[in-house]
Each structure stands twice: as structure tokens, then as C-alpha cells.
Design a protein around this ligand. Structure first.
Ligand code: G1P
Length: 301
């Protein structure tokens, strides 16, 4: 049953309204907000490319054309920059449009993450695939997706990436309960989408990286609305875990929730501190800012 197949495709849902980021996301897709010098979605696409994937499937909605345009080749801009001898920029923009093959499918109704994934059924076909959520940026030595693909080569089942969270945060995530079978790998027992406080002992929260066997699609078709009245991927994954083995993987690296205002700021600082041209001066600036908070406040007269 478990055919060991190459993971070739990645699904990236970008149809969400981005209400957590209003008003910034009113006219611009939240995925196009910048972290240092590139939109958040580019970091996600670069992780996919660095993991050896051949094709990306964006799940889009109205108003998200800027994302497709970002990865497209802009003939006029290319010609203009060439005329102005802006060679480095020309190369950089060509690099972005040559990164990987991208196709888009439309999610016609905002019925939830599970429904968004289901819209890609025919494009993904009968093969394992990755899902990456655009809000979650991961900094790691080995790209998070590649870590999961490496596990999949050993044991070709379905995986969710998890991180530990404090008990007052579990209600914001899909939570996994399971038993550790090897270092960082847990066999999933139960999964609950955004559990009410006190209803689970587990601190393992799903972050936006999944490697799924295609039988998830049949289960998504049968999934009824769950938390928030939406078709939840977590509910279909729970059904998958009942049918065949499924695993949670505590990835190596740091995840930033760039869909949240504070998480977004933390991501900017973390990525700026890694940026080859900016990191040194930025580090000095950050230390100065930190120092200025340590100085005792002046007494008022
Ligand atoms: C989604 C998933 C949830 C997961 C989270 C990670 O929720 O439904 O299981 O823990 O992403 O970011 P959302 O944040 O879209 O509400």
C-alpha cells in the first residue's frame, strides 16, 4: 500500500482574508507584506525550492493576483532595468520568476483550510504532497520541508510538523496527542483543532508544514464543518490517523507566526539578523536599542 514515491508537489493556501493583519492587508495580500527585502510568500517558496520540490500549487481567491505577479516574468520591467544597466536587479528578478513551476487554483468559497486543500485534489493527483501555510516562517539549517521529506523516505506515511507551546496557547492551534517512537517523531493518537483550555494534556502544536498521503482527499470530502464552522484539515487528519499510521515531527529550527503582528515583528528582526548585507549594522542598532531600555529613566523635576 505504501509506495515510496518522490515528493514533487507543494500546496500553499493563500486564499485567506488576512483579517488579523488589517488594515495593512486591506488592499495588499498579507502574503505580500515584506520581511526585510522580500514578501513573506517568497520565503515560503524558497523553502519549497530548497527542499527539491518541482511544482507549487497556490490556492488563491479574489484579490490575490499580486502573489502570482510576484513570481511571474515582467518583460517591461526587465527591459527597463536592462536599459538602465541595473544588472544585479535584473538577475534577482529573473531568479524569482525562474524559481519553480507554479499553478493556481481558486477556492471559490471561504470554507476553511481543509476545503482549500480539497480544491487541489485533481492537480495534486495520486501522490504524496507538502502543504505549507504562508503565515509560518521557519528558520533552520535544513529546510523544515526537507527534514520531513527525509523522514518520509524512511517511513512513507503522513506527517505534521509540531512545536511545543505553553498550555495557555494550545487553544490557538491544532494539537496532537501521541507517543514518541524515535527522537522527535510521535505516532499520532488524537488530533484536536483549537481545543478548549483544559481539554488536552498535550503541548504539541501543529505548525504550517504537512507532508500528506493523497488519501487525505477522500477524507476531506467526508469532513463536515468543525471548529469555527469551517472544514478543518486537522479533523480530516484525525480520520486519517484512524485509518493508517500518521506521525508528528518536532522539527529542528525556529518558527515565526508572521500572520500575527508581534510574530511578524519578531520575524523581521530574526531575518534581518541573518541578512548578509544588513546583519552587522542591524545587530549594532538592536544592541543600542536594548541598551537604551536598560538606562534608568531620568527623574522629572
Ligand atoms: C491553522 C491550522 C492549525 C495550525 C495552525 C498553524 O490554523 O488549522 O491546526 O495549528 O494553522 O499555524 P490557523 O492559524 O489558520 O487558524
Amino acid at each position: 500500500m505504501n509506495q515510496r514515491k518522490k515528493v514533487r508537489k507543494a500546496v500553499i493556501p493563500v486564499a485567506g482574508m488576512g483579517t488579523r493583519f488589517l488594515p495593512a492587508s486591506k488592499a495588499i495580500p498579507k502574503e505580500m507584506l515584506t520581511i526585510v527585502d522580500r514578501p513573506t510568500i517568497q520565503y515560503i517558496v524558497e523553502e519549497v525550492v530548497a527542499s527539491g520540490i518541482e511544482e507549487i500549487i497556490f490556492v488563491t481567491s479574489e484579490g490575490k493576483a499580486a502573489i502570482e505577479n510576484h513570481f511571474d516574468y515582467d518583460f517591461q520591467l526587465d527591459a527597463l532595468l536592462k536599459k538602465k544597466n541595473k544588472t544585479k536587479l535584473v538577475e534577482e528578478l529573473r531568479h524569482i520568476s525562474n524559481l519553480i513551476d507554479i499553478v493556481s487554483v481558486r477556492q471559490k468559497k471561504p470554507l476553511g483550510l481543509g476545503h482549500a486543500i480539497l480544491t487541489t485534489k485533481n492537480v495534486v493527483g495520486n501522490e504524496p504532497f507538502l502543504v505549507l501555510l504562508g503565515d509560518d516562517l521557519v528558520q533552520s539549517k535544513v529546510p523544515c520541508c526537507l527534514q520531513m521529506i527525509n523522514l518520509f523516505q524512511e517511513l512513507p506515511e503522513s506527517y505534521v510538523a509540531v512545536q511545543r507551546v505553553s498550555s495557555d496557547q494550545t487553544h490557538q492551534y491544532g494539537i496532537v496527542e501521541g507517543d514518541e517512537i524515535q527522537d522527535r517523531v510521535f505516532k499520532v493518537g488524537r488530533m484536536i483543532e483549537k481545543p478548549a483550555p483544559g481539554t488536552t494534556e498535550s503541548d504539541m502544536a501543529i505548525i504550517g508544514r504537512y507532508l500528506l498521503q493523497p488519501d487525505i482527499f477522500d477524507l476531506l470530502e467526508k469532513t463536515t464543518p468543525g471548529h469555527g464552522g469551517e472544514i478543518q484539515l486537522t479533523d480530516a487528519l484525525q480520520a486519517l490517523a484512524m485509518r493508517r499510521a500518521m506521525y508528528a515531527y518536532e522539527f529542528e529550527g525556529t518558527r515565526y507566526d508572521a500572520g500575527d503582528k508581534l510574530g511578524y515583528l519578531k520575524a523581521i528582526v530574526a531575518f534581518a539578523l541573518q541578512h548578509p548585507e544588513l546583519k552587522d549594522e542591524f545587530r549594532v542598532h538592536i544592541m543600542e536599542v536594548a541598551d537604551s531600555f536598560k538606562k534608568p529613566a531620568k527623574k522629572s523635576k
